[in-house]
Write a protein that binds this ligand. Structure first.
Ligand SMILES: CC(C)(COP(=O)(O)OP(=O)(O)OC[C@H]1O[C@@H](n2cnc3c(N)ncnc32)[C@H](O)[C@@H]1OP(=O)(O)O)[C@@H](O)C(=O)NCCC(=O)NCCS
Length: 333
């Protein structure tokens, strides 16, 4: 399935199908600007976001996950009963206990798979892809579903100028399974807990619960610090992922970075010296930043638009709160 005759380094596991579910409310910048004393022009200039998708009350984390997973299964031609691992990457399933993954698996009709949530914020989906591929390579799973899903509107203060226009809702999923050659390259991942506070829930849960005013669970972010970190440090991580897969920017077909902000994407593409032939995911313009869902949603749109075709080599890179990051090269199914 890959144009590299021997596949990427590592034993064989690949993405077999991709699915997506976007919150059904289309919210243009104009709907948000009054509450944050901003303008459509400012938001577009600083973030590249024109509109975003918000979920309705019925579009829960579980519902969006199930819909995205079902499409990924259909595209892969795999039945839910063949799936023996379900990994849900999310930070907005607002229930501490239990994880949402077993409920997603049961609703899909899987037969008692291992099912757990991953909390690595915006990097969660790329963490999940690595875990699933390693489980398949190690023999502890055969077919895995990995879904990145967020309902960030539940954690969004629409009066906060630094976050209200950025975050949104949706789910993106992939099926990963065994293949003859490897379609998932070695990961480059890590964390920097020194900057744990750059993006976080405003208050710890005990304070949220004790407070008279609601809202302690809202996201707060040091936007400029995050911007500098992502723009300058993540290009190196991306280049290292290419190197570990034995390819250069000239071999790459698609660049699918976390859809945080168009200026971060452009800064990374410049720093990595991506040739003009590399197609760049720009889903953020119409979807907003959906944290763990952003990379698979962007991947899904690239395939749907014909910007990524079967056999293409794509660099995925995701980064955010933690600070946590992960990058890998994958072959488009
Ligand atoms: C949020 C972000 C767009 C803000 O852009 P910025 O250029 O860093 O903005 P700053 O906070 O430095 O503020 C610049 C000016 O814009 C103003 N401003 C801030 N937010 C504004 C808003 N929503 N609307 C209008 N003006 C705003 C500030 O008051 C400031 O004005 P001043 O220069 O007169 O003091 C940017 O920091 C960013 O994209 N950060 C990364 C966010 C991200 O991707 N997070 C997710 C990572 S997972």
């Amino acid at each position: 399935m890959t144009r590299l005759a021997e596949g990427l380094p590592g034993s064989p596991a690949s993405i077999l199908g991709i699915g997506a579910y976007r919150g059904s409310q289309v919210v243009p910048n104009a709907d948000l600007v009054e509450a944050i004393d901003s303008s459509d022009e400012w938001i577009q200039q600083r973030s590249g976001i024109r509109e975003r998708r918000f979920a309705t009350p019925e579009e829960t984390v579980q519902l969006m996950s199930v819909r995205a997973c079902q499409e990924a299964l259909d595209n892969a031609g795999i039945d839910a009963r063949q799936v023996d691992a379900v990994i849900v990457a999310t930070i907005s399933h607002l229930m501490q206990l239990p994880a949402v993954a077993p409920a997603v698996a049961t609703e899909l009709g899987c037969d008692q798979p291992v099912a757990f949530d991953v909390s690595a914020a915006c990097a969660g989906f790329c963490h999940g892809v690595t875990l699933a591929a390693d489980m398949i390579r190690g023999g502890s799973a055969t077919y895995a579903l990995v879904v990145g899903v967020e309902r960030l509107t539940d954690m969004l203060d629409l009066e906060d100028r630094g976050t209200a226009f950025i975050f949104a809702d949706g789910a993106g999923a992939v099926v990963i399974g065994p293949t003859e050659t490897s379609g998932i390259g070695p990961v480059v991942w890590g964390s920097d807990g020194e900057h744990f506070d750059y993006i976080r829930q405003r208050e710890d849960w005990p304070d949220v619960l004790a407070a008279e005013q609601p809202g302690g669970h809202f996201i707060t972010m040091q936007g400029s610090a995050v911007f500098r970190w992502a723009s300058f440090s993540m290009a190196k991580v991306g280049l290292e992922a290419l190197d570990r897969s034995g390819i250069s920017v000239d071999d790459l077909d698609c660049f699918v970075p976390h859809q945080a902000n168009m200026r971060i994407t452009d800064a990374m593409a410049r720093a990595m010296k991506l040739p003009a032939s590399v197609k760049i995911a720009r889903d953020v313009a119409e979807q907003g930043n959906t944290s763990a869902a952003s990379v698979p949603l962007a991947l899904h749109r690239m395939v749907a638009d014909g910007d990524a075709v079967s056999g293409d080599l794509a660099l995925l890179i995701a980064f955010g709160a933690g600070l946590a990051y992960a990058a890998q090269v994958v072959v488009i199914p």
